[in-house]
Design a protein around this ligand. Structure first.
Ligand SMILES: Nc1ncnc2c1ncn2[C@@H]1O[C@H](COP(=O)(O)OP(=O)(O)OP(=O)(O)O)[C@@H](O)[C@H]1O
Length: 356
């Protein structure tokens, strides 16, 4: 749970202080006021590029000094991240006052989000689904981001060598393939574990009001051969393709609407959103059972797109999950059903306690 959040020069917030005193934190305000910016700031307390996937240079307030800072108190430990004006592309992270890697943030806080941009998650290319899958996985396997970063680095180095295969040092290629094999196996194993446990959790969930999904990983059917051996065998093919064609970077998350027996991409927009919500709720329960604490959920404009009965059902399920939930909306009336909430109004980069 985040007990205290401060932003300085982040997006359109020069200076903001939020003191959540309930599990629900409701941010309401006009379009462009800076509500999503606050969720994005929270999302930067996890490894990765946050809920917009934006470059660091886009995050510093345009009228500010060029740097930005975000700090949050989480169970007595202060997590901080930001960039200094002098090195705007280098993310700095401090945990309990000590300089740390961004990946270490996952040991302290699990954060998952749902944003309007994810309405196309099942329709767009696999990259977004992989990032979603990895965000869910990271909440259970805090080393996941490290394995992912090392796998990607080794793959990029291998691709560079393959660009001139005749001159490439075979021993160096083998070393990179060994690294890809090691970190790729950890990545694939963690994803498979998450999928198996999430499916088991989903088996106990109701079909209504949020359609229940079955999930699977597709896209890199590994024969009975280690990734390292496969990569060694496929050098010529990969060199011709200009990239590595085997490995967990090719995974896709396949989601099926159980009651309809249909892939998520063929379901209606509302059904797709319901499938995502089901997954998030099941995931929160799974993380709570495993870590002893549910993840922090960031739900951007989710309430506005639900009919009133589904909205109440969502609030009920979120309340039962016991986790901290940050929600945005343009209308405070959307949240009338919630009496136990920290209500904040956001206006042009300023955050106020809402009048109750
Ligand atoms: N680096 C930045 N510096 C200053 N302002 C920024 C920066 N990046 C984005 N903004 C401003 O932040 C505002 C958008 O904020 P945000 O996305 O949080 O809005 P919102 O309240 O969620 O609105 P909506 O309801 O439309 O989704 C825009 O006015 C945008 O110009």
């Amino acid at each position: 749970m985040i007990g205290r959040l401060t932003l300085s020069d982040f997006r359109n917030h020069a200076d903001a202080l939020i003191l959540p005193d309930h599990s629900f934190i409701l941010l309401t305000g006009d379009n462009g006021a800076g509500k999503t910016n606050i969720l994005e700031a929270v999302s930067m307390l996890a490894p990765g590029r946050g809920l917009r996937g934006a470059p660091l240079s886009a995050m510093a307030r345009q009228e500010g000094s060029g740097g930005f800072g975000i700090a949050a108190e989480v169970d007595g430990v202060v997590l901080g991240t930001g960039v200094a004006a002098a090195s705007p592309e280098r993310r700095q992270v401090r945990i309990g006052g000590v300089a740390s890697s961004a990946n270490a943030l996952a040991d302290h806080l699990a954060i998952v989000w749902l944003t309007p941009a994810m309405d196309r998650l099942f329709l767009d290319s696999p990259g977004g689904r992989r990032r979603f899958l990895d965000r869910l996985t990271l909440a259970l396997h805090s080393g996941h981001a490290m394995h992912s970063a090392r796998y990607d680095a080794a793959m990029r180095a291998r691709n560079r060598l393959l660009a001139d295969l005749r001159r490439a040092d075979p021993a160096w290629l083998s070393a990179l393939e060994a690294q890809m094999g090691e970190h790729g196996a950890a990545l694939a194993g963690a994803r498979a574990d998450l999928v198996a446990r999430l499916n088991a959790m989903l088996a106990d969930q109701p079909d209504e009001p949020f359609a229940r999904p079955r999930i699977a990983i597709e896209g890199d059917e590994a024969p009975d051969e280690s990734l390292q051996d496969r990569l060694g065998r496929e050098r010529r093919r990969d060199a011709a393709a200009g990239r590595t064609l085997s490995g967990p970077h090719r995974h896709d998350l396949a989601v099926t609407h159980i009651a309809k027996g249909q892939p998520a991409a063929l379901c209606s927009t509302g059904e797709q959103k319901a499938l995502l919500l089901s997954m998030l709720l099941a995931h929160a329960a799974l993380v709570a059972a495993t870590r002893g604490q549910p993840p922090v959920l960031l739900l951007d404009e989710v309430a506005a797109h639900l009919d009133p009965s589904r909205r109440s059902a969502l609030f009920q399920r979120l309340r039962e999950s016991g986790g901290q939930v940050w929600m945005t909306g343009t209308e405070s009336s959307l949240f009338n059903d919630l009496d136990d909430a920290t209500r904040l109004t956001v206006t042009a980069g300023h955050v106020f306690r809402s009048a109750t």
